[in-house]
Design a protein. Structure first.
Length: 132
């Protein structure tokens, strides 16, 4: 019952009722990434391109799409990562979701969330005043 209510009243917890119906009716599963997000394709856009969408595992956050799937979602490639054998280069780092709003977010010195004292102002800044 909770899942049904979440699908009716929220869009950020996985998929909505409309997305579930469209996926059931038109969606062809293309693949799944290492985070558990599932990718679909079906129908066409107004530009004649195949419509592509993702159903997130958990909270819907666009930064949770790995780079290979991001390229496929934005029509940079027609071959999804699930259908190719891609090997990352040694200089490429693993995908990391955007930590904004989480405990892993960057907190600069002097932030209200970080203990300690804000650094002193150096005096190298002159505020703008009208007419100067």
């Amino acid at each position: 019952m909770k899942t049904l209510l979440l699908q009716i009243f929220t869009w950020w917890n996985g998929q909505t009722i409309g997305t579930r119906f469209a996926t059931w009716r038109f969606g062809k599963r293309v693949g799944e990434d290492e985070l558990g997000n599932v990718y679909y394709e079906g129908g066409t856009t107004s530009f004649g391109l195949p419509r592509r969408w993702v159903i997130y595992k958990g909270y819907a956050d666009a930064s949770a799409i790995p780079p290979g799937w991001h390229g496929w979602m934005h029509y940079r490639t027609d071959v999804p990562p699930s259908k190719e054998t891609y090997v990352a280069k040694d200089w490429q780092v693993a995908h990391r979701a955007n930590p904004t709003g989480s405990p892993q977010a960057y907190r600069p010195p002097g932030s209200l969330v970080v203990a300690g004292e804000r650094p002193r102002v150096t005096g190298d800044y002159d505020a703008w005043t009208p007419g100067s």
